[in-house]
Design a protein around this ligand. Structure first.
Ligand SMILES: [Zn+2]
Length: 284
């Protein structure tokens, strides 16, 4: 605790108020152990037989192997969220290549199979999709956050030089937990209403919908109830809530969703840090 407070003082002095307020927010959120946050989410998902996909920063996964394995043991999916949580817009293609390659080597060394990728901060340069293809990922779930794809309802491929990408992309809805809570200041009731509204639309329009709901917020008691209500609502409308790999494989083979579900809802949540210590380390 003493250590953390001295870092916070350092942050304020050298990195300014904005980063300090973000650090304080993270400090509060991490006061509940990550194992509890994930456990809360797993319980909700098991109640509705729904699955979650967690893009994890590889360097963070390797330091928290027990929790990473627990995700798989409970039937959910792990994907690549970079080796370090760096903004790809600020590094060269070579450095991006190193980051993705190192992340894959790390998961391989840990014996964890990964099929998909989401870049840190959902930031992609022109070079990033080429790397996603080069490293043989089956799918990418960050490109779809670009406003030109965001409100789509079908899996899609992007153009890379003279061909379509070998990997599949999924539109990513704007309603992430950080957008709703930190930016819009929504109450949990408002979040529930907004998310249900999207699900209702999905059940009418059909297709695939994806949310980025980080466990650091959604696993908190206050928000896990929102998750429960939303998944309960979606399953009552016969929506299918699989892992991303399950959805992509099924769609590629059959061109529709399992059990002829009217829509597919992909719940994803990036894990950038498992503890406040991981978060602090990332800042320096
Ligand atoms: Zn992230």
């Amino acid at each position: 605790m003493k250590f953390s407070i001295s870092w916070l003082k350092y942050l304020k002095q050298f990195r300014g108020e904005k980063i300090l307020s973000q650090a304080l927010r993270m400090f509060r959120l991490h006061s509940i152990p990550f194992s509890t946050l994930l456990g809360n989410m797993f319980n909700v998902m098991e109640l509705h037989q729904a699955k979650f996909t967690f893009p994890i920063v590889a360097s963070v996964a390797s330091k928290n192997l027990g929790l990473t394995r627990e995700i798989l043991r409970r039937g959910h999916e792990v994907a690549v969220h970079g080796f370090k949580h760096v903004n790809y817009a600020y590094i060269t293609e070579r450095q991006q290549d190193d980051d993705v390659g190192k992340a894959l080597d790390t998961f391989k060394a840990l014996g964890i199979q990964v099929y998909g990728f989401r870049a840190p901060y959902n930031v992609y340069t022109e070079d990033t999709p080429k790397l996603v293809e080069k490293y043989g990922f089956l799918w990418d779930i960050g490109i779809g956050y670009n406003p030109k794809y965001r409100s789509g309802t079908s899996p899609f491929r992007v153009q890379i030089d003279d061909h379509e990408s070998s990997f599949v992309c999924i539109p990513l809805n704007r309603l992430s937990d950080d957008f709703m809570i930190d930016i819009q200041g929504f109450s949990s009731r408002q979040m529930e209403t907004k998310l249900k509204h999207v699900i209702k639309g999905a059940s009418e329009k059909g297709g695939v919908f994806m949310f980025d709901l980080h466990p650091i917020r959604m696993g908190q008691p206050k928000y896990v109830n929102v998750l429960n209500s939303v998944v309960e609502y979606g399953t009552a409308l016969n929506g299918w809530f699989p892992t991303v790999t399950e959805a992509v494989n099924y769609w590629s083979k059959h061109g529709k969703w399992k059990h002829d579900a009217p829509f597919c809802c992909l719940l994803t949540g990036d894990i950038d840090n498992f503890s406040f210590f991981d978060y602090i380390q990332r800042l320096f």
